[in-house]
Design a protein around this ligand. Structure first.
Ligand code: PMV
Length: 333
C-alpha cells in the first residue's frame, strides 16, 4: 500500500509585486493539482521520482545523487527532501521514503507548482505514518521546503495550496481566508517562458531604488487596486474585476515585469472579448490570466492558442490538500 496526496496550484488575481511593499495580494486556488505518491523504504534515503518532469534521484544524508536528469535539478528536489524529512522529524519517525511526483501544474510559470508539490509531499508523508496533522501544521512544514527554492516566500502559496479557496495576504496583518461561491472560470495563457521570482523581485527593488517617490505612488495604486479587486471578487462583479485587472496589468508593465509575449497575449485576450487580462505572478514570462463572459471564453482561449501559447480554463477550488491510501498498482504513472 502507498499514500496518494494531491494539492492545488494557485493564481494571483491582484497585487503581485506591490504585496512585497504593501498589501494586499489576492490569491486563488485553482483546479490543477500536484500529485505525490509515497511509500516507506527500509533505508533512510528520500528517493524522488519526477520522471515525467525529466529527473529523478535520491537524497542520502541530504546529499543529492542524480539517477536521471541533470544535477542542477537537485535544488528543486531539495525542497521535497526537506518537506519529507521535516515531516518525519516532526512526527518523531526515522525512515526513508519513495516519493513519486506527478504534477498537472506547469513549473516556474507562477502557478504555484513548487508549493503544491511540497504541500502534497507533507500531506502524503503524514498520512503514511498515520499522523493527523492540522492543516496549519501541514502548511508550515511545506513552507520549510518552499524556503529552499524561493529564499523568503510570503507564505501565500503553501497556505492557499493547503487550504484551497480564496485568500488575501498583507505583510502586516498576514493571511485572511474568504468565503466565495467559486463558480467563476478564468482563462490562463502560458507563454512557457520560465523565470525566477527572486530575480523579478530584485529588478523591481532596483527600479524603486532609482525612482523612490514615483515607485511609491505606483505601488500604492497597485495596492489600492488589489483592495478594490478583492471587494469586486467577493461581489462576483466580473466587469469591475476586468477593469481592475486591466489597470493592474498597466502598472505591472510600468514597473518593467511584462514582456512582449505577455503583452501580446493580454491584448489578444482583450481584442477577442475578454473583460480583463493581466500577467499573473512575478512576470518576465510565465502566465497571464483573463476573465470573459461565458459566450466569449472559447474565442479568447482559441486566440491565445493561435499565438502559439497554451491556454485553458481553470475553476477556483476550495479543495486543499487531500490524501488517501491506495494499492501500489493503482498509482498512475
Ligand atoms: O510568480 P510567483 O507565483 O512566484 O509570484 C510572485 C509574487 C511576487 O509578489 C512577485 C513575489 C512575492 O513574494 O510576493
Amino acid at each position: 500500500m502507498q499514500v496518494e496526496a494531491t494539492a492545488p496550484g494557485k493564481m494571483i488575481l491582484f497585487g503581485e509585486h506591490s504585496v512585497v511593499y504593501r498589501g494586499p495580494a489576492v490569491v486563488l486556488a485553482i483546479d490543477r493539482r500536484a500529485r505525490v505518491y509515497v511509500s516507506r523504504r527500509d533505508d533512510r534515503k528520500v528517493y524522488v521520482d519526477a520522471d515525467n518532469l525529466g529527473f529523478s534521484g535520491y537524497f542520502e544524508d541530504d546529499v543529492y545523487h542524480a539517477v536521471r536528469g541533470k544535477v542542477w535539478r537537485g535544488r528543486n528536489l531539495a525542497a521535497l527532501n526537506v518537506a519529507a524529512k521535516k515531516t518525519m522529524d516532526h512526527l518523531g519517525v526515522e525512515s526513508g521514503v519513495n516519493l513519486k511526483v506527478r504534477s498537472m501544474i506547469p513549473i516556474a510559470v507562477g502557478l504555484g507548482s513548487s508549493a503544491a508539490i511540497c504541500v502534497a509531499t507533507v500531506g502524503a508523508v503524514e498520512r503514511l505514518f498515520d499522523a493527523d496533522l492540522s492543516k496549519e501544521e501541514i502548511s508550515r512544514l511545506a513552507f520549510e521546503g518552499e524556503t529552499i527554492i524561493h529564499g523568503k516566500p510570503s507564505g501565500v502559496d503553501n497556505t492557499v495550496s493547503t487550504f484551497g479557496g480564496v485568500l488575501s495576504y498583507e505583510r502586516d496583518s498576514g493571511i485572511k481566508h474568504h468565503k466565495l461561491d467559486l463558480s467563476m472560470p478564468f482563462i490562463i495563457g502560458n507563454t512557457w517562458k520560465k523565470r525566477s521570482t527572486r530575480k523579478m523581485v530584485e529588478s523591481v527593488a532596483a527600479l524603486k531604488e532609482r525612482n523612490p517617490a514615483l515607485m511609491d505612488s505606483i505601488i500604492d495604486a497597485m495596492g489600492g487596486i488589489a483592495g478594490e479587486g478583492l471587494d469586486a471578487l467577493l461581489a462576483k462583479d466580473i466587469h469591475r474585476i476586468g477593469d481592475l485587472m486591466n489597470m493592474n496589468h498597466g502598472l505591472l508593465s510600468a514597473i518593467g515585469v511584462s514582456t512582449m509575449k505577455l503583452e501580446a497575449l493580454v491584448y489578444t485576450a482583450r481584442q477577442n472579448g475578454a473583460l480583463g487580462a493581466k500577467l499573473t505572478g512575478a512576470g518576465g514570462g510565465g502566465c497571464m490570466i483573463a476573465v470573459a463572459e461565458e459566450e466569449k471564453m472559447s474565442a479568447v482561449e482559441k486566440a491565445i492558442r493561435r499565438r502559439k501559447s497554451e491556454s485553458y480554463r481553470v475553476q477556483l477550488t476550495d479543495r486543499g490538500v487531500e490524501s488517501r491510501w491506495i494499492e501500489e498498482e493503482n498509482a498512475d504513472t
